[in-house]
Ligand binder design. Structure first.
Ligand SMILES: NC(=O)c1ccc[n+]([C@@H]2O[C@H](COP(=O)([O-])OP(=O)(O)OC[C@H]3O[C@@H](n4cnc5c(N)ncnc54)[C@H](OP(=O)(O)O)[C@@H]3O)[C@@H](O)[C@H]2O)c1
Length: 333
């Protein structure tokens, strides 16, 4: 058979094809093995009985694995999800596999300030304590879209939403101290810069860029939050989970999505590997008292000078108060 002028019945060509396939499979296996051994696993056995932990976006990807790990440790887990249908299935699955029935599901759409306020009111009304708040939910939208609150969708869901939620729950976290806030950011923040004049853009030729900006904002927010919470015994840290095979890549447009699918499936880590640093920061004794830091693979990592710029973080905070519509009656941090 002749394909593109190459005679596939030739034994030399057949041998070359076999060698190429074996080399490719070996390379993929080695890379996957490297991803496995280079992943920072949290092997600690810390129990979390009696603790209350909120995990946003817990119905899939890294959030589902985080919820499972925390439920295994005996905590009361509040899965804060926008999709109650998949949320219910995942909730039941987690309760069954972990033998922890103290896993509950609550509605939270982080792109809606109304939903965030309703969720927070419900938590404050029903939960006497909150030990850990894990800001895990995230979206990477590739089409420019504004939310009902007139905020760009990536920034609303990934930054302004968690900013507002943190304010509304801060008194409960303070009351339950020592308590922790964990923010799932991303190393991809390095692809963005934080233009404070365009933190809520009215248009964009590359909407996906605002995913990176929102992850940059996650880091500046966490560092400023930690400074403002000094002396309260509420710690705030952020992390990069690794490059993970999860739903976050679903909106990458054609034709970029085709090679990306292969890369994500072939080389990226699993969600179970991706949750390790979140779980570590949520419960490890090793990080007791540690605040305002950035982690990857369960170890502290350095940030760019831009991300640690205090004046920039302060300005971002003031702008976030405006775009998250923080009210005079809301708790101040
Ligand atoms: N995957 C990676 O390689 C990677 C790398 C760096 C950082 N991260 C970060 O890791 C976090 C978890 O992402 P993932 O990788 O696990 O992605 P994922 O599989 O897409 O999960 C994202 C979760 O967030 C939820 N979510 C999205 N928009 C929401 C909204 N408006 N309100 C409430 N929940 C919402 C999703 O709910 P639905 O099921 O309803 O959509 C889902 O449960 C994100 O913050 C992401 O930025 C991921």
């Amino acid at each position: 058979m002749i394909v593109f002028g190459v005679d596939l019945s030739c034994p030399v060509i057949q041998t070359l094809i076999c060698v190429a396939v074996v080399v490719s499979l070996t390379a993929v296996s080695l890379l996957r093995f490297y991803a496995y051994i280079s992943c920072g696993y949290y092997h600690g056995r810390t129990r979390m009985d009696g603790k209350v932990v909120i995990i946003t976006g817990a119905n899939g990807g890294i959030g589902k694995e985080t919820a499972t790990e925390i439920a295994k440790r005996g905590a009361r887990v509040i899965m804060a999800c926008r999709n109650l249908e998949t949320g219910k299935q995942v909730r039941d699955e987690i309760a069954e596999t972990t033998k922890n029935d103290n896993v509950i599901l609550k509605k939270l759409d982080l792109s809606s300030q109304k939903s965030i306020r309703e969720f927070a009111e419900d938590v404050i009304r029903t939960e006497p304590r909150l030990d850990v708040l894990i800001h895990n939910a995230g979206t990477a939208e590739s089409k420019f879209k504004k939310t009902e609150d007139d905020v760009e969708i990536n920034m609303a869901t990934n930054h302004f939403g968690p900013f507002l939620l943190t304010h509304l729950l801060i008194d409960l976290l303070k009351k339950s101290a020592p308590s922790r806030i964990v923010v799932v950011a991303s190393e991809l923040y390095r692809l963005a810069s934080l233009n404070l004049n365009k933190i809520n853009p009215t248009s964009s030729w590359c909407p996906a860029y605002y995913y990176y900006v929102s992850k940059y904002a996650n880091i500046c927010f966490t560092l400023e939050l930690a400074r403002r919470l000094e002396g309260t015994n509420v710690a705030a840290n952020c992390l990069h989970p690794g490059m993970i095979n999860s739903g976050i890549w679903r909106n990458v447009p054609f034709p970029l999505n085709l090679p990306l699918k292969l890369i994500v499936k072939g080389f990226f880590k699993t969600p179970a590997q991706g949750c390790q640093t979140s779980v570590f920061l949520a419960c490890s004794e090793e990080v007791e008292g540690v605040t305002g830091k950035y982690f990857m693979d369960c170890a502290e990592r350095a940030l760019s000078s831009g991300a640690t710029d205090e004046s920039k973080a302060k300005k971002l905070w003031e702008l976030s108060e405006k775009f998250a519509d923080l009210r005079a009656t809301d708790p101040k941090i």
